[in-house]
Ligand binder design. Structure first.
Ligand code: GDP
Ligand code: MN
Length: 377
């Protein structure tokens, strides 16, 4: 679960990481009110679940509350990267002297938390990694000991910091690590961590992701509509399905995540384009109805490809669910099915008798047929 910048900054503030004084606003009028309450030059920042807002024009600076209101009119409703802006964060404008980078994430290979820090902050860390990798300090953390103060200070010194700045940066690192562990985050990123003209350290940005599989034990975080990239992904989640929108024309309904990945590869291999990732199946074969319903909503879909390899969740049971779903939904586009697994002969028979649908016995053949029917190569 990705958190918005303002949500991340609220966590920072609770943890004692310095953040700029600010408020969220949902309209230009609110921007004006908040800017007036701050009473200083402000920065108005689009709140979307993606970075790179600065470069894309999603961040504005204003000297007065009136100017903040006017500038924010361009932000509300703006298409910014993959989102439409509906809220902004109004904050006192920092007097930035230096921009550092700091993050806590997971080193998957070592299976340990990883601290990354750099004096080359403010820009994409991927760029720094490419251009000047020597400027990035990386240290993994022993999960049982946690990040110890001496290690945090060592990272500061390796970054090239000295004196009070080194100690305060180490302090932010310790708090960021503590937050990372407390909330089962898989990312806590501060880019930039700013040194102001007066020499204070402030987190000017916040990117916090909570590990989805830990949400059950993190009641503080509730995934609302706002935390999904689109309406359809949100609706899928409400019926227990994982749906990810892609930009092709073949609607995919596959039983199992691994089979879905394989089917995506096959579609790509034969020159087609899938319109989505969607996994259904398991014990609730009736999800075929919800799955098909979601896939058919995308107007780009010219054909639906169902790929089932049902073992414990039997193929014949899934076929029955599929037949009911197709009868109920009456799709206007062709449906191509590949069905294998336990009770496969019975499943094929069901589809044929109930729908007149001849299913394939091979995923490859089904994929090729779907591409043909969808008008692809
Ligand atoms: P991102 O582009 O989505 O990562 O958004 P950031 O919050 O990191 O802002 C991008 C850039 O805008 C920062 O690196 C700063 O250079 C600039 N910026 C953001 N907030 C302030 C501020 O309060 N004062 C000044 N002077 N610059 C800011
Ligand atoms: Mn940033």
């Amino acid at each position: 679960m990705k958190l918005y910048e303002f949500e991340g900054k609220n966590l920072f503030a609770e943890e004692g990481i310095p953040t700029p004084h600010g408020f969220v606003a949902y309209s230009p009028e609110e921007v004006e009110k908040n800017a007036a309450a701050i009473g200083k030059p402000v920065v108005v920042k689009s709140q979307i679940l993606q970075g790179g807002r600065g470069k894309a024009g999603g961040i504005k600076f204003a000297d007065t509350s009136g100017e903040a209101k006017e500038l924010s009119k361009a932000l509300f409703g703006m298409k910014l990267r993959d989102y439409t802006v509906d809220k902004v964060l109004v904050e006192e404008k920092l007097d930035i002297a230096k921009e550092y980078y700091l993050s806590v994430t997971i080193d998957a290979e070592k299976g340990r938390p990883l601290i990354m820090a750099s004096v080359a902050g403010g820009v994409d860390i991927e760029e720094v990694a490419k251009e000047t990798p020597e400027k990035i300090v990386m240290e993994t953390v022993d999960i049982f000991k946690g990040l110890l103060p001496y290690q945090a200070r060592r990272i500061s010194y390796k970054m090239g910091l000295t004196g009070k700045e080194a100690l305060e940066t180490a302090e932010v690192m310790l708090k960021a690590y503590s937050l990372f562990r407390k909330y089962d985050a898989d990312l806590v990123e501060i880019n930039p961590l700013v040194v102001t003209g007066e020499g204070s350290i402030v987190a000017a940005d916040a990117k916090v992701n909570i590990y989805d599989n830990a949400l059950y034990r993190q009641p503080k975080f509730i995934k609302t509509r706002d935390h999904y990239d689109s309406e359809i992904e949100y609706e899928a989640s409400q019926v227990g399905l994982g749906y990810i929108k892609l930009d092709g024309y073949i609607g995919l309904c596959c039983a199992g995540a691994g089979l879905t990945m394989m089917t995506l590869d096959l579609v790509d291999h034969y020159g087609g384009k899938a319109s989505n990732f969607l996994e259904f199946g398991g014990a609730q074969y009736r999800n075929a109805y919800n799955a098909l319903d979601l896939v058919l909503r995308d107007p780009e879909v010219k054909v639906v490809l169902v790929n089932v390899f049902g073992l414990i969740a039997r193929a014949d049971v899934i076929a029955q669910g599929l037949a009911e779903a197709i009868k109920a939904l009456q799709p206007k586009v062709p449906i191509v099915v590949s069905l294998r697994g336990t009770g496969e002969a019975e499943g094929h028979k069901t589809l044929k008798e109930e729908l007149g649908l001849i299913a394939f016995w091979s995923a490859e053949e089904a994929v090729k047929e779907a591409i043909r029917l969808g008008g692809g190569k």
